[in-house]
Design a protein around this ligand. Sequence first.
Ligand code: C5P
Length: 246
Amino acid sequence: MSDRTLLSTKPIPSRDRLIFALDVPTPEEALALVDRLGDSVTFYKLGMQLFMTEGYFGLVEALQKRGKKIFVDLKFFDVPETVKNAVANLSQRGVECCTVHGSEAILRGAVEAKGAMKLLAVTVLTSLDRGDLDDLGFQCDVEELVYSRAKRAFAIGCDGVISSGLEASRLRSGLGEKLIIITPGIRPVENRPVDDQKRTVTLSEAFLCGADHVVVGRPIRQAADPRLKAEEYQSEIAALFAGVPA
Ligand code: C5P
């Protein structure tokens, strides 16, 4: 699985390589956690749970005022024109990146409208395993499916993909250094489900397989001291990338 020589050498500030999934019920709880995390987290992923509250874009602005980077993870999927218009509106918000998935036409619509915002294609959710894919009617190998979706998305003009660490090395070696790879499903043990995430890797393994960023939610949020846990991850990342220009 892993080719441990694939550390991405893009000039990314080391602390921005950790993206924290801000999966909490309300904007108030979100901001309290952001303030508790302080400097230990510079990059936040805002997903569907907070989008279903009134304060999603107020929270985006509050985070931007604190100098934080934002990843809008709403996994856009609709007819191409609707996705294009949603992406066009979002591109005015000053966020770093967002997620989209679907057919070539959907991705093309999103690419046309993205402006300076980075567009990341969802490949295969890290919570899906072989059995889930059978259930959804996909007979092909998971790695093949991730690779072919990533290759298509990159060719169309997406900046990168969301991929499990288990497939990241194949993507990095096959699609090159320019592709942005963001890896969720970070857990203390590799490829062993402890919750709904099934195709998991450790934080170091994700980077050694070529990820540019990792997305971490519960391992930080549910830690006794989230800030300490985030700082532990930051130290691990700083050690891995020591000597790589930021
Ligand atoms: O809590 P946990 O570390 O599992 O959080 C992972 C985050 O990454 C969640 O917000 C989830 O929605 C998101 N995500 C994922 N797999 C993808 C895309 C996004 O787990 N393929």
